[in-house]
Design a protein around this ligand. Structure first.
Ligand code: OAD
Length: 248
């Protein structure tokens, strides 16, 4: 592990254009549960029953009650942890250019990263399904479920449900960032959801180094990643940054 931390610090010191791909694992240390694995949301719920656009269209109140209300309570109070802060420091050092995140919690921006591509949209806003008016999630009155727009339409998270397209701009910019980088940090993602999990492949194809930070192996570990640093994002980022300081 120590050797891998040193290796990662060395690789980061040598890199000029670093991109991070992040997933739910980076936010677990902020108290937000992941989707898969122990304690994950999909242990409690079938995603097709609760996070698919068809499920929302069929019964918005049910999805609001089972999923969206709980997420609102968690995301409203969550704060960035050392994993998010570490990526923000890498940007301040001039290393990290872009964060591609599958998370909808806004914690990378809260930590200070300025170029964050929200691959699955974000939870900061709710959107009217009739007139597309947006409302800040924190301000939405949830005394009535589902909450409604002034026009009477139902509000939905401005995030991507299963069965929906990735926002075109996010898709295009992510592909570009992945193809242009010389090092990709893949942090806290199970890398099983497409097309997000393709980004490390695009990076690899153009010669970038791929470093994974995750307590577990993923489908990328053997085929794509140069190495996996097994551990929690916050702890590993702190160790890398400590090692990196003298190196740059
Ligand atoms: P997952 O829940 O699938 O995977 C979380 C990953 O984080 C796992 O590989 C864990 O081993 C790892 N992990 C857990 N704690 C960690 C920690 N402290 N530090 C680092 N890694 C840790 O989450 P995602 O890969 O983000 O999509 O899932 C991708 C998509 O599936 C989500 O964006 C969501 C979901 O269904 C939509 O809602 C469209």
């Amino acid at each position: 592990m120590d050797d891998l931390i040193k290796q990662a610090a060395g690789d980061l010191a040598a890199a000029c254009n670093v991109v991070a791909l992040t997933g739910a694992g980076i936010s677990t240390e902020s108290g937000i549960p992941p989707f898969r694995g122990k304690g994950g949301l999909w242990e409690k719920f079938d995603p097709m029953e609760i996070a698919h656009i068809d499920a929302f269209m069929k019964d918005p109140a049910r999805v609001w009650n089972l999923l969206v209300k709980e997420m609102k309570a968690i995301v409203d109070t969550a704060r960035p942890n050392d994993g998010h802060k570490g990526l923000a420091k890498l940007e301040q050092m001039g290393k990290l250019k872009t964060v591609i995140t599958q998370n909808i919690d806004g914690l990378h921006q809260a930590a200070g990263n300025t170029d964050v591509i929200e691959f699955h949209g974000n939870f900061a806003w709710q959107r009217c399904m009739d007139c597309s008016q947006k409302y800040e999630t924190r301000q939405v009155d949830i005394s009535q479920i589902p909450p409604r727009c002034r026009c009477g339409g139902i509000l939905r998270p401005d995030a991507v449900f299963f069965g929906e397209m990735i926002p075109q701009d996010a898709m295009w910019r992510s592909k570009q960032a992945a193809s242009d980088c010389d090092l990709m940090l893949v942090v806290g993602t199970s890398a099983v959801v497409q097309p997000a999990a393709l980004m490390p492949l695009f990076a690899k194809e153009t010669g970038a180094k791929i470093i994974e930070i995750n307590p577990e192996e993923t489908p990328l570990t053997v085929e794509v990643s140069d190495y996996l640093i097994k551990g929690r994002a916050g702890e590993v980022m702190n160790q890398i940054l400590q090692e990196l300081k003298p190196a740059i």
